[in-house]
Write a protein that binds this ligand. Structure first.
Ligand code: BES
Ligand code: MN
Ligand code: ZN
Length: 494
């Protein structure tokens, strides 16, 4: 998974030896870099503004060639809008536009002067990191199963981030996060005939092998899970020809402190099982392991940053298939926690693999907090769309930490209720709990189901069904919630 190379610089924009200078333009003012280019070139940018050819409107870019007295052969201008409105999101948006423009240009590297801009409440580290990650994100190309990458081989490989402050921390975070996000995206995009539970375990192995000494891997097999009484996880897997895995990565960066735990839904393909999904929505269910990809990517970023914490990452991974050996609606399952579950819909499988993984993680590791990420419900997509992940927690302090991490990384979440009032929707006549809660508040009842298996542990749930991947034939996995979760762990390391 190649990511862009990043470095820091602080040359004057008109004098820099780079194939392309990237400079921002506000609607009524130039950024410092644009002002330097304008002055060196005898007012070239002023004339463009006066003619109306480039006015600094947000979302616009303009590529200029061969400006007089400018060392670089190319200047890419990007509109920043009104200076008084220029906030963190506008900054990120401008970086996205730059990425889209650079992606198609015949340059191997570029010098980007956006991190020198003032952004309300954000420091130079943040500006460097956000700029690097945004451009890297737009330049991502899935390659694993293509003879030639779509759009040809990418040319851009290096970014120089120009800033007049010490931003080495931002650079380190950008490098670590770019790797974690790319890992999650590549794994999320991989088709389900290749991305099996066995493959995800092999990917976890590569993380462990790259960090021997601080990281250990354990993979529980079907027999191990049988011994542990994980009847819910195993039932979901029972219709599949590919074996289930419970993947456990441990990172030690803080002696014997209690660990933080991340748990990710790793359904490598969700047909719905006996409650088969209709045509038109099934092929997207290759993305149903994006929670797993997200926690593994976060784990990779945290380890690369050598954060002074202990961390465990647990991924229950299965395929949900209809089969003669498959589980049925009305089956009653015995979970690892001892709670019995009536299956009223085999398509509500995510909570069934997560409940066993969560209760086992709480018992085995006694984590100081556990956060799970899962493409859990279509209802969450209806509620929040593609912009916010659904956040659920009974612990206000933990919820606030995660919301803050989302705002800081711009990988945002929105809190939804986890009130007892919804609990009777999960009542069953034949088991301690049913696996679905009826038509209303589907994202809430799914989260409430999980809450029953984490009692006694600080726990939060992120429903990333709408945020972890983009719908449509050319949609990719997004790498979310890697930025949010990594930021949360960075904040815990302070
Ligand atoms: N993986 C799906 C949730 C999903 C749906 C993710 C759409 C992304 C986009 C999950 O396993 C599922 O099928 N959930 C059902 C639950 C229902 C049967 C209670 C749903 O949301 O329809
Ligand atoms: Mn399902
Ligand atoms: Zn699913």
């Amino acid at each position: 998974m190649p990511v862009l190379e990043f470095s820091l610089g602080s040359t004057a924009a008109d004098k820099a030896d780079t194939p392309c200078v990237v400079a921002g333009v506000f609607d009524v003012a130039f950024s410092p870099a644009a002002a330097a280019i304008d002055a060196a070139s005898g007012g070239a940018l002023t004339r463009l503004r006066e003619s109306g050819d480039f006015t600094g409107k947000p979302g616009t870019t303009l590529l200029l060639h061969g400006l007089a007295n400018v060392a670089s052969p190319r200047v890419l201008l990007v509109g920043l809008g009104a200076r008084q409105d220029f906030d963190a999101r506008m900054f990120e948006r401008a970086c996205d536009e730059v990425g889209k423009a650079l992606k198609g240009m015949p340059v191997a590297s570029a010098g980007v002067w956006l991190p020198e801009l003032d952004v309300k409440d954000r420091d130079a580290n943040w500006r460097v990191r956000t700029c690097a990650l945004a451009i890297d994100h737009t330049c991502f190309r899935y390659t694993a199963t293509l003879r030639t990458p779509n759009g040809g081989a990418p040319r851009l490989s290096k970014l120089d981030l120009m800033v007049d402050a010490d931003a080495r921390r931002g650079l380190d975070e950008a490098r670590a996060l770019a790797r974690g996000v790319a890992f999650a995206r590549e794994l999320g995009c991989l088709p389900p005939n290749l991305c099996t539970p066995t493959h995800i375990a092999a990917q976890a192995r590569t993380i462990a092998d790259e960090h021997t000494g601080s990281v250990t891997l354990e993979v529980l097999e079907r027999e191990d899970m049988q011994k542990l009484g994980m009847g819910a996880l195993l039932a979901v897997s029972s219709g599949s020809a590919t074996p289930p895995k419970l993947i456990v990565l441990e990172y030690k960066g803080a002696g014997d402190a209690r660990p933080y735990a991340l748990v990710g839904k790793g359904v490598t393909f969700d047909t719905g099982g006996m409650n088969l999904k209709p045509t038109g929505s099934m092929e997207e269910m290759k993305y149903d392991m994006c929670g797993a990809a997200g926690v593994l990517g976060t784990f990779l970023s945290a380890v690369e940053l050598k954060l002074p914490i202990n961390l465990v990452c647990v991924v229950p991974s299965v395929e949900n298939m209809p089969d003669g050996a498959g589980y049925r609606p009305s089956d009653v399952l015995q979970t690892h926690a001892g709670i019995t579950v009536e299956v009223l819909n085999t398509d509500a499988e995510g909570r069934l693999i997560l409940c066993d993984a969560l209760s086992w993680t709480c018992k085995r590791f006694q984590p100081q907090a556990v956060v799970d990420a899962a493409t859990l419900t279509g209802a969450c997509v209806i509620a929040l769309g593609a912009h916010a992940s659904g956040l659920f927690s009974a612990d206000d302090a933990l919820a606030d930490q995660l919301l803050a991490a989302g705002n800081q990384s711009l990988d945002r979440a929105w809190r939804l209720p986890l009130w007892d009032d919804y609990r009777n929707q999960l009542e069953s006549a034949f088991a301690d709990i049913a696996n679905i809660g009826g038509k209303s508040a589907g994202a809430v009842t799914a989260a409430l189901f999980l809450s029953r298996f984490t009692e006694g542990t600080r726990w939060a749930h992120l429903d990333v069904a709408g945020t972890a991947w983009m719908p449509g034939r050319k949609g990719y996995a997004t790498g979310r919630p890697v930025p949010l979760l990594t930021q949360w762990l960075i904040d815990r390391s302070m």
